[in-house]
Design a protein around this ligand. Structure first.
Ligand SMILES: [Zn+2]
Length: 438
């Protein structure tokens, strides 16, 4: 170490040994003495200046290239960045598109559900308003009861007596449909569990929509079935009077429900898609409700009650019998009811008084036009309580029971005419007992 530093010292002292610089001016010689330190200081300054010049030159020469390189780097970065941004934007657009698509599908599904709900509600409302009217009619009829005042009987059970051909009630279609719907829902859940990937909320929404659609199909099928059953009952009631129901109902309007196209989310089912099934039931239910309404309206014209609501006894039936006065066989175009003197004789259905006065043989008589070709006659009365042209409701009093005309004792002779042909009133009164809430 000491040997090496000694050599360095020697090199330094040889390089920077004390020097004198001489110079002459005006014949005088001057000299400047320069110590080693001073020489070193000068050398350092000179070297620094030299380095600075070199750096500056290099900088000037390469500046352009540096700028170009930096610019290139910047461009690359910018390109990368915009590429990333574009990718992000594309991803965002995808999400936005999906969101938009699903939102639209969701909205359409909701619209669909509401549209069908409105159809359903409308149908149920119409049906229950018709049923209310029928109940009112039945209530009115039940007050009078059968020919001898028997209580009304609950429809369904007695219907079998009325129409023996229909002895066994058919199996409910709705219960079959309900089972099918449960199976479908189970399959749907199994399938979605198998898929089990992204979009769980969307899937559960689809499931909920499918459940709703399925429920709506069931409800509509129920409306259709219940209405059809009621129609059948009413037709049997009318049939039992001897009148063809089709002859007295005004052709049904047949409300047509527009078959909407399939909603989103719903894959076509195994048999038919929900909208198809729903609107098939809806159209049949609408036709049924129309028919029920026509039957209910026709029922208003039918004289289904007894002319006496008080305690009475049917003393003579319809058809050929021995004339009680001259003993000869004669046609009896009505039925006779005996009750206490001056009992109120009442209208057997709503209508307009067609005749109120005296007719040969009938004594004091009232005839009521019920429309649809139905006319009823109340004879042998003591007093008449209505005028011609007056409108009457079911069970409005038309007169007092009496013994006027060809009569052997106080009774009311009662006739039912359909298109000017006498029919057996007893069948109408019996039928009235079946028009009852079921
Ligand atoms: Zn009679």
């Amino acid at each position: 170490m000491s040997r090496r530093s000694g050599r360095m010292k020697r090199v330094f002292s040889r390089l920077f040994k004390e020097r004198q610089i001489y110079h002459r001016s005006d014949g005088v010689v001057h000299f400047i003495s320069m110590s080693a330190q001073t020489q070193i200081a000068f050398a350092v300054v000179a070297l620094g200046a030299l380095l600075w010049v070199a750096y500056a030159s290099v900088n000037v020469v390469f500046k352009e290239q540096i700028i170009v390189a930096k610019e290139r780097e910047r461009l690359v970065m910018q390109t990368n960045l915009s590429k990333r941004l574009n990718e992000a934007k594309a991803a965002y657009d995808d999400i936005a598109y999906l969101n938009f698509t699903y939102k639209r599908q969701f909205d359409e599904t909701m619209d669909d559900i509401w549209a069908r709900h409105r159809v359903l509600t409308n149908m149920v409302d119409r049906k229950s308003s018709i049923n209310q009217k029928l109940d009112l009619q039945a209530e009115g009829l039940s007050a009078a009861g059968g020919p001898n005042g028997q209580k009304p009987v609950n429809g369904n059970r007695v219907m079998i007596d009325v129409a023996p051909g229909e002895a066994t009630p058919r199996q409910s279609r709705v219960s079959i449909l309900r089972k099918e719907a449960a199976d479908e829902a189970r399959l749907r859940r199994e399938r979605s569990q198998e898929n089990g990937n992204a979009g769980e909320s969307i899937e559960s929404m689809e499931e909920a929509a499918a459940d709703l659609f399925s429920e709506q199909v069931l409800l509509m099928a129920t409306v259709e079935e219940k209405t059809s059953r009621k129609i059948e009952e009413l037709r049997q009631v009318i049939n039992s009077t001897g009148i063809d129901p089709d002859a007295i109902i005004t052709p049904a309007k047949i409300s047509n429900i527009t078959l909407a196209q399939g909603g989103p989310f719903i894959e076509p089912g195994t048999a038919a898609s929900y909208p198809t099934r729903y609107y098939r039931h809806a159209n049949r239910a609408a036709a049924a409700v129309d028919e029920l309404e026509a039957l209910q309206a026709a029922l208003k014209h039918l004289p289904l009650s007894s002319p006496l609501t008080v305690t009475r006894r049917m003393t003579s039936g319809f058809g050929v019998r021995r004339d009680p006065i001259n003993g000869k066989h004669a046609s009896h175009h009505g039925v006779d009811f005996a009750a206490s003197w001056a009992s109120p004789v009442t209208a057997t259905a709503a209508g307009t008084v067609k005749f109120a006065g005296t007719r040969a043989g009938f004594g004091r008589v009232v005839e009521i036009d019920h429309g649809n070709g139905f006319v009823t006659r109340y004879a042998h009365m003591n007093r008449i309580k209505v005028r011609r042209g007056q409108t009457v409701e079911l069970h409005d009093q038309v007169g007092e029971l009496g013994n006027s005309g060809r009569s052997t004792g106080p009774h009311v002779h009662y006739e039912v005419h359909y298109k000017k042909r006498p029919l057996n009133p007893r069948r109408f009164i019996e039928a009235g007992r079946y028009v009852f809430e079921s």
